[in-house]
Design a protein around this ligand. Structure first.
Ligand code: GAR
Length: 225
């Protein structure tokens, strides 16, 4: 039986939808068995229901973090969940929760960590003038946006980009990267060891996309004359 995965969301749910689509493919090594939102108004809940995946609200607002996390943990255990994928889940989880799920809890973040942890990553990348930006899938540890990196995808920052254009370019990569990284973890091809992530998956090198623009007079990226 394929390991059961829960996807945790707080909003739109486009990464969740990408994971659901991947998990419907016959060869995908995990099954998405549960979607949990900490907000009742998350748009992603309707997407999960439409896809026929059990979707549940475990409300975080208005109660202590311990109570929220106890309810979340019960929902995950009741559904026989092996792996948890945070997908736009905007609550910080306690060290007790991340320790319990260590090695089985992953997150996607819209920057090339360790650059730009936290919020507003695209605006901050533009303000910093970086030429490469992107997204990271990592194991979750007690530090926010800090855990061992599983995979990253880079995109160029182009002249004239605004926050929306850059966010859209990154999001496209998120939807490709997250299913690949989750698949590696669920199939035992990526794991935590000594505080780092080892990836032993075929095609893992393709997780970094770094296209350079063609410059007249210079060799192309492939090194051809
Ligand atoms: C995604 O860009 C995800 O990387 C980001 O929120 C967005 C959620 O979109 N996550 C974080 O910023 C977590 N620190 P989605 O709901 O459409 O997947």
């Amino acid at each position: 039986m394929r390991p059961r995965v829960a996807v945790l969301i707080s909003g739109r749910g486009s990464n969740m939808a990408a994971l659901l689509a991947a998990a419907r493919l016959p060869g995908f090594p995990a099954e998405v068995s549960l979607v949990v939102s900490n907000r009742p108004d998350a748009a992603g809940l309707a997407l999960a229901q439409a896809a026929g995946v059990p979707a549940q609200v475990v409300e975080s607002r208005g109660r202590p973090r311990e109570a929220f996390e106890a309810a979340l943990d019960s929902a995950l255990e009741a559904a026989g969940i092996r792996y948890v994928a945070l997908a736009g889940f905007m609550r910080v989880l306690s060290p007790a929760f991340t320790a319990k799920w260590e090695g089985r809890l992953v997150n996607i973040h819209p920057s090339l960590l360790p650059a730009f942890p936290g919020l507003d990553t695209h605006a901050r990348a533009l303000a910093a003038g970086v030429r490469l930006h992107g997204c990271t899938v990592h194991f979750v540890t007690s530090g926010v946006d800090e855990g061992p990196i599983i995979a990253q995808a880079a995109v160029p920052v182009l002249e004239g980009d605004d926050e929306a254009a850059l966010a859209a370019r990154v999001l496209q990569q998120e939807h490709l990267l997250y299913p690949a990284a989750l698949g590696w973890v669920a199939s035992g091809h990526a794991w935590l060891e000594g505080g780092r992530c080892i990836v032993a998956a075929k095609g893992a090198g393709a997780a970094l996309s770094n296209p350079l623009p063609d410059v007249p007079g210079l060799p192309t990226q492939a090194g051809s004359e």
